[in-house]
Design a protein around this ligand. Sequence first.
Ligand code: NDP
Length: 294
Amino acid sequence: MPTIAFLGLGAIGRPMARRLAERFPGVVVWNRTAAVATELAGTGTARAAASTAEAVRDAEIVITCFPTSQDVVQVLDAGMEHALRPGAVLVDCTSGDPATSRLIAARLAARDVAFIDAPVSGGTSAAEGGTLTVMCGGNEAVLDRVRDVLAAFGSKIVHCGDVGAGHALKAVNNALLAVHIVSTAEGLATLVKAGVRADVALDVINASSGRSNASMNLFPERVLTRAFPRTFRLALLDKDARVAAGVAHEHDVPAPMLQLAADLMTSAHRELGEEADHVEAVKLVERRANVEIR
Ligand code: NDP
């Protein structure tokens, strides 16, 4: 059994760490707000560490799940890097950015620590059920060493390419999610104002070619009901869309749609605040159109 540390117990990190702790003995958890780690440790076999250095000191596999790659760098700078043991693997489940991940990987390689970027998709419910998709960048032989551990929370684990490939794929996926949320909101706002009920419109779109995960799941469950549960912060989707537009720019791909999605997410984030859920971006469209989609 490998020794495992998990750092970053946010909305998605918490259920991932819980599943790990249920399957592997002695998982060490750390969170910036310590009470969250203490609470998770109290429910099972995990142990809460008082510092990142204490968390990773004996770990063969270290898993991080922070908002951005800059947060990962901050944590490494603040004492974690020097505590990592040679031969360890850092698996970064943050939805980060490829360029920073390449820098992190080079920095860790000098200390004989391997790096895999391994962002996840599927949301908090898939994390709870252990059915996340994990998209990985880095050395495939290293990934094979940690696959069984990732399987505690992921049912589809895909090697996507070199370091940064997982982060690039995740960012593009989420930029598409942003496009679908905004475009579906614009379409439905138009139809409601044109006299078509939103549920009728969705019923038809979901049997037709304009459907998406947003139209099939997010709008019926979260918009029409006005429930807007907070599972994935809009601030994080803003970050992902901006990473995707940046990667397109870096590779000289003209991507006006991705750039527009990023700009709209930034506007929505500014207007709705740090704690708003990503689906609440719909409210920006509703406010501009002066109509509620229901
Ligand atoms: P949250 O905002 O819910 O949690 C963030 C976590 O990171 C908290 O534990 C927070 O600690 C910690 N943190 C934030 N900044 C720092 C820092 N500078 N140093 C140390 N710890 C820090 O985010 P999520 O859990 O939702 O998301 C985590 C990552 O997973 C993001 O990259 C996100 O894009 C991605 N993701 C999220 C999904 C979701 O459905 N929520 C789905 C797929 C990917 P504290 O408790 O002290 O605030």
